[in-house]
Design a binder for this molecule. Structure first.
Ligand SMILES: *Cc1c(COP(=O)(O)O)cnc(C)c1O
Length: 364
């Protein structure tokens, strides 16, 4: 049997989850089904999944080295981690992390389900302390949108409160650049809507864990909340992931070039990209990440109005939210400095991307 640990991740994303039966389709088919004939392992899709979902899970599980459960969105996946908490649990999560997860955490806190504490992602000592006393330690690295890189190793190996969970949102890094389970985290979360799908045409999410009892809990939560991915979405996620290695390779090579040029531009105040030698997280990133990713954040000179104008003038790059697609996208982000723009670098020619950025920053 083909197994992820016997090959490069770039081979696994091509080969993983594929049918291997003579005469069967080469690709994972879209199995549009709610229920199965009695006598087999599968009964009803909401509880048992489907062959297309199983393929998606084999693929993503292999990418991170654990057991995957996939969901209807990244947030549904995150919610399944929060659903493991008992009343009164202590949750520690990032200040300035992904807003949707913060909303989820604060919503539960308001309703008295748990208490939340927000910590600066760069404060490694505070996270180490949290690991000793909190029930859920929710990390995100590199973070959205400020690209703070977390030193995962000392945090994941710190003294633990027994039974607690360290979860890492690995959406920005991707499994190619960071594998949190190898550092000692319990759960990895992905929004497959981003780099895994890679074409801005689906919403889906995944959790991967190497703790079997947690995987079983995630399965149960998915069943009782009905948050399973649709057949088309699971198919598209697998289809998209086949090219993930080459997409990411291109995106991050171009991101490195663009980050250098943006840093030299008189129209840009600050560039945040962990690959830049001048970036505050460059040293941590070199230790933790195998690549610096395809997302750049910039603070343009002139603040909000200037950032709006750049987003209006951009032509090849799409002014749109989200990230991780073959098409480059940019948008202003509310969190952070006024002139903040997050740029997701896709697969276009890097010189065309630079020409577009240059004209948008300086229309002359
Ligand atoms: C998009 C995103 C999410 C949420 O995922 P959805 O698929 O939109 O629900 C979570 N974390 C990060 C870092 C993201 O970028």
């Amino acid at each position: 049997m083909l197994e992820a640990h016997n090959m490069g991740l770039d081979s696994w994303v091509v080969a993983g989850g594929r049918p291997r039966v003579p005469g069967e389709p080469l690709n994972t088919p879209i199995t549009a089904v709610s229920n199965f004939r009695r006598g087999g392992d599968l009964s009803y899709a909401r509880g048992d999944g489907t062959p297309t979902i199983a393929a998606f899970e084999e693929l993503v599980g292999g990418m991170e080295g654990g057991i995957a459960t996939t969901f209807s969105s990244g947030i549904a996946a995150a919610a399944a981690v929060y659903a493991t908490l008992s009343t009164g649990a202590v949750v520690v999560l990032p200040k300035g992390g992904y807003h949707g997860v913060e909303e989820l955490a604060e919503d539960g806190a308001t309703k008295g389900r748990w208490t939340t504490e927000l910590i600066d992602l760069a404060d490694t000592d505070a996270w180490i302390d949290a690991v000793g006393r909190a029930d859920l330690i929710w990390l995100e690295s590199p973070s959205n949108p400020m690209l703070t890189v977390v030193d995962l190793a000392p945090i994941c190996t710190a003294n633990r409160k027994p039974g607690n969970i360290i979860a890492v949102d690995n959406t920005f890094a991707t499994s190619f650049n960071q594998r949190p389970l190898e550092f000692g985290a319990d759960v990895v979360m992905h929004s497959a809507s981003k780099f895994i799908g890679g074409h801005s045409d689906l919403v889906a999410g995944a959790l991967v864990t190497n703790r079997e009892e947690l995987a079983a809990e995630f399965r149960t939560t998915r069943k009782v909340t009905g948050a399973l991915p649709g057949a088309l979405e699971a198919y598209l996620a697998v289809r998209g992931a086949r090219t993930m290695a080459v997409r990411l390779e291109r995106g991050q090579a171009s991101a490195a070039v663009l980050a250098e040029r943006l840093a030299a531009s008189p129209h840009v105040d600050v560039v945040r990209y962990p690959g830049l030698a001048s970036d505050p997280y460059h040293e941590v990133a070199k230790r933790v990440l195998d690549g610096f990713g395809a997302v750049i954040s910039i603070d343009v000179v002139g603040g909000g109005p200037a950032a709006d104008a750049v987003c209006d003038r951009i032509e090849l790059i799409s002014h749109a939210t989200s990230l991780g697609g073959v098409e480059s996208t940019m948008e202003r982000r509310a969190l952070g400095p006024d002139g903040l723009i997050r740029l997701s670098v896709g697969c276009e020619n890097v010189e065309d991307l630079w020409s577009d950025l240059a004209q948008a920053l300086d229309p002359g």
